[in-house]
Ligand binder design. Structure first.
Ligand code: PLP
Length: 451
C-alpha cells in the first residue's frame, strides 16, 4: 500500500481506506491543474467531481495562484481581533455588490458553519425557535447543521440533536404552508437544487412561492447555495433564475477558490440589526477565523476571476452541451431513467425503465436495488479506470453526478460523454453487470481488499 494510504488508515480514517479497497478505488492524487489530476503512478484523470463543487475555478488556477503569491508577500496581518478586519470589509462589499439587497456578511470557514450562522441569525432575529428543512437536504455535519439533515443515516447516530427542527418534503408548498402555520418557525432552510440527494431540481417558482409563504407567516427563507452558488448553475447564484432574493444566502465551498476554507451567510441590514444590532450583542456570533485575511483575500480574488473569465456563462454553455450530448448518447439506454441538471450540476439517474428487459419487467425491485447499491458506484469505478473522476450523489448512489470545474472545455465534455456511453454500452442487461461486479469483489477479496 502507498505510504500515504497506510498513514491515512492509521491516523485519519481507516474505514474510508477499507471502503476504497472494496472495489479497488485506491488512488493517491499527487498533482492537480485545471480540470486534470495525476496520481502517484502518473495516471491522468479528468476531474468531473471538482471537490464536490469546491473547485469552480479548476485546481490551482494560475490566475488565482499568481494573486495568492502576491498576497503572501505583503506582510498584511493575518488575524487581528481588536481592530477592523480590512479584508473582511473588502470581501463584504464585493459580495454585497452581487447579492443586493443582502449586504451584511457573517463570515466563517466551512459551509456547515455558515448554515449554523444562518440558523442562529434566524432565531435571534425572529425570536422564534423552530427550523424547517427538507427531506433529502444536506447542509453540513456539525451538530446544528445535522439537526436539519434530511438523511437519517447521517443524522441518527448523533440524536438527540436540536429540538424543534421539522422535516417537510422538498418542492411541496402545501406541506410548507401547513408546517409554517403549525410550528411558527424562525426559518425554512432549503437548497435551490438538492445536490447530494441526487440533483433534484424543483418546479419553476417553488422557491419564490416558498419565500412568499415564509413572509406571510413570519419566517425567514434561508437559501443554501454552498454547492449551487458562484456560477455553477449558469448564473452567479441559482436564485437569480427564480426571480427572487432570499432573506439569507449561504455560500461556501468554491468561495475559497478551492484553496482555503471561507464561507458566509449574507442577509439584509434589517434582519442583521434585529439579531445583532446592539452593542451588547456585537460578539454573539463569530469565531477566531471568521473574516481571516488570507481567506477573505482569496475569496475576493475568486469572485473577480469568476466575473473576469465569464465562468457563469461558461457553466451554462458547457452544461447545456453536457445535458444535450448525454441525452443523445444514453437517453434511451435501458437503465438510464433520465439526464437532468442546470449549468454544470448535472445528473444521470440509473434505474429500471420500460426497456430494462425481462428482469426489469418482472423484477423491477431487483433492478432498483442493484441501481441504488451498486450500479452508480460501478459506473464511477469504470470511469475512474478510464481516466475520469466522477461520483454518485453521496445520498443517492443511483445518480451519477457530473460537476466539473467551470473551466471545463468543449472537448473535455465530449470525451466524458463518449466514455460514459462506451461504459454503459457494456451493460444493456443486468447479467453482465452483476457478473463483472461479482468478479471484481472476488478478486479484491482474494487480494486482501488491496487499496
Ligand atoms: N450545504 C450544501 C448544499 C452542501 O452541499 C454542503 C457540503 O457538501 C454543505 C452545506 C456543507 O459544507 P461543508 O462541508 O463545507 O461544511
Amino acid at each position: 500500500m502507498h505510504p500515504a494510504a497506510q498513514k491515512f488508515a492509521a491516523h485519519v480514517n481507516p474505514s474510508f481506506v477499507r471502503l476504497l479497497g472494496a472495489f479497488g478505488y485506491g488512488r493517491v492524487y499527487e498533482r492537480a491543474h485545471g480540470t486534470t489530476l495525476w496520481d502517484s503512478e502518473g495516471r491522468e484523470y479528468l476531474d468531473f467531481l471538482a471537490a464536490f463543487g469546491a473547485s469552480n475555478l479548476g485546481h490551482n488556477s494560475p490566475k488565482l495562484m499568481g494573486r495568492v503569491r502576491a498576497m503572501l508577500d505583503d506582510d498584511a496581518p493575518a488575524l487581528v481581533h481588536t481592530g477592523i478586519a480590512v479584508h473582511a470589509a473588502e470581501l463584504g462589499e464585493a459580495i454585497a455588490r452581487h447579492t443586493a439587497p443582502l449586504s451584511r456578511c457573517l463570515f466563517s470557514t466551512g459551509g456547515g458553519e455558515a448554515v449554523e450562522s444562518a440558523m442562529k441569525l434566524a432565531r435571534a432575529a425572529t425570536k422564534r425557535k423552530a427550523i424547517l428543512y427538507c427531506k433529502g437536504g444536506f447542509h453540513g455535519l456539525g451538530l446544528g447543521a445535522l439537526s436539519i439533515m434530511g438523511n437519517g443515516r447521517l443524522r441518527d447516530p448523533f440524536e438527540p440533536l436540536l429540538p424543534e427542527c421539522y422535516e417537510i418534503p422538498f418542492d411541496d408548498l402545501v406541506s410548507l404552508e401547513k408546517t409554517l402555520l403549525d410550528k411558527k418557525p424562525a426559518a425554512f432552510v432549503v437548497e435551490p437544487i438538492q445536490g447530494e440527494a441526487g440533483v433534484i431540481v424543483p418546479k419553476q417558482d417553488y422557491l419564490r412561492a416558498a419565500q412568499e409563504l415564509c413572509r406571510k407567516h413570519g419566517a425567514l427563507l434561508v437559501l443554501d447555495e454552498v454547492q449551487t452558488g458562484l456560477g455553477r448553475t449558469g448564473t452567479m447564484f441559482a436564485y437569480e433564475q427564480e426571480g427572487f432574493v432570499p432573506d439569507v444566502l449561504v455560500l461556501g465551498k468554491s468561495l475559497g477558490g478551492g484553496l482555503v476554507p471561507v464561507s458566509v451567510a449574507v442577509t439584509t441590514p434589517e434582519i442583521h440589526d434585529r439579531a445583532y444590532g446592539r452593542v451588547d450583542r456585537f460578539d454573539l456570533h463569530g469565531a477566531t477565523f471568521s473574516g481571516w485575511a488570507l481567506g477573505c483575500r482569496v475569496a475576493l480574488a475568486t469572485l473577480q476571476i469568476i466575473e473576469e473569465d465569464g465562468l457563469a456563462d461558461a457553466a451554462r454553455a458547457r452544461g447545456e452541451q453536457l445535458v444535450e450530448r448525454l441525452r443523445d448518447a444514453i437517453g434511451t439506454h435501458p437503465f438510464v431513467k433520465g439526464v437532468r441538471g442546470r449549468g454544470l450540476l448535472v445528473a444521470v439517474e440509473l434505474g429500471p425503465t420500460k426497456g430494462s428487459g425481462i428482469l426489469g419487467r418482472f423484477l423491477p425491485g431487483v433492478v432498483d436495488v442493484v441501481s441504488k447499491r451498486v450500479f452508480g458506484q460501478w459506473l464511477a469505478l469504470r470511469l475512474l479506470e478510464r481516466g475520469i473522476l466522477a461520483q454518485p450523489a453521496s445520498q443517492q448512489w443511483n445518480v451519477l453526478k457530473l460537476s466539473p470545474p467551470l473551466t471545463v472545455t468543449e472537448a473535455e465534455v465530449d470525451r466524458v460523454v463518449d466514455t460514459i456511453a462506451d461504459v454503459l454500452a457494456e451493460y444493456t442487461e443486468l447479467r453482465p453487470l452483476l457478473t463483472d461486479v461479482g468478479q471484481r469483489l472476488g478478486s479484491q477479496f482474494l487480494s486482501g481488499w488491496t487499496f
